[in-house]
Design a binder for this molecule. Sequence first.
Ligand SMILES: Cc1cc2nc3c(=O)[nH]c(=O)nc-3n(C[C@H](O)[C@H](O)[C@H](O)COP(=O)(O)OP(=O)(O)OC[C@H]3O[C@@H](n4cnc5c(N)ncnc54)[C@H](O)[C@@H]3O)c2cc1C
Length: 389
Amino acid sequence: MDFSLTVEEREVRDWVRTFVQRELVPREQEVLRRERSGEPGLTRDELTELQLKAKESGFWGVQTPESFGGMGLSAVMTALIEAELGRSFVQFQFGGSADNILFHGNAEQQERYLLPTISGERKSCFAITEPGAGSDAKNIRTSAKKDGSDWIINGEKTFITGGNEADFTMVFAITDPEKGANGGVTCFLVDREMGWRSEYIDTMGEWGPAALVFEDVRVPESQILGELGKGFELAMQWIGRGRYLLPARAIGSCERLLTMAIEHANTRETFGAPIAERQAIQWMIADSGVELEALRWLVLHAAWQVDSGLDSRHAQSMAKLYGGVKANEIVDRVMQIHGGMGYTRELPIERWYRELRLLRIYEGTDEIQRRTIARNLLKGHVKVSGALG
Ligand SMILES: Cc1cc2nc3c(=O)[nH]c(=O)nc-3n(C[C@H](O)[C@H](O)[C@H](O)COP(=O)(O)OP(=O)(O)OC[C@H]3O[C@@H](n4cnc5c(N)ncnc54)[C@H](O)[C@@H]3O)c2cc1C
């Protein structure tokens, strides 16, 4: 068994680490200041400028196929990159990517939606969740009714990431109420100008998702992405595009947080000795180190399964569940080790505390991951002996 990184993996990882250190970390104080006054951490122009800077060194479209101008990197490499990006809370992604399901568009749709998304001219959002349907996504009520050659969409979506900024949405609607999720859901590409509106949702984090409101929004038949009635399959493909990527980012955040905790423990003195000498503190550091290591390998193993063409859903659910739970325990311990200072806004720990909490909720809650994992085990789809078969 070889757990070492290849030369290429090391080089890519180190390049991203340097990029984060040089371009993102120095912006953190300003980003915190802006976020605290309700502004975005990075403006769209600043984000584009940083993405173009990275592009000069070839970092563009990390997982976008080379035929579309991307790097077409493996899942393992992408996980390593995400972990590096997670070392800063400045919300940054390399440019040149598009939602995986946009690749299912026909030639005209690729021209109008996929290519401008890859180039960064247009922004998309993925809209399935509704006020009455989250974990139970099959329960959506947004409807699309045929009117001549058009479709009329009515309904409300909620918690849509990027919904305030998006130029178009990939919205999922019921086109055949009798079939429901079994052949009666269709995905539509709908430009903002076609008539939907977004409403900002204030959250405890910096994500500010949106509610999308559709009132008699008329779209032509040509806006259907994929096939009529095959929307649910597309939604599952989007959700399944990389559950390992969310906990991958948390690896970097936890590395940075644990480093802060170690530095603080070694320098903060109470009762005449550094707190690092107290067993209570040592145990928090030890547990965090062990869990971080376990998370790293769960994520990389799930990514390796993706690269190997194996069914990685179980491994991805385990990485997502473990990452969400443990990253939250780690940030909590790091706050505890910092005492009162950990609770202030002078340090970014509370910023991470709020952000990491989301990991246990979106793209499948902890409970939904456990449900998947338990079902797989109870029904014998996977063995208790796990990866070794
Ligand atoms: C910041 C943010 C960004 C998001 N971005 C998007 C996006 O871009 N696009 C999009 O479509 N959606 C998005 N979502 C929605 C997100 O995926 C849902 O919030 C999530 O799936 C949970 O759904 P829910 O909020 O309706 O909770 P519910 O489904 O109502 O769940 C409530 C609680 O019950 C538990 N529960 C539910 N069913 C079961 C069960 N069978 N067994 C045990 N426990 C259960 C859940 O785990 C949870 O604890 C986002 C959410 C947030 C907060």
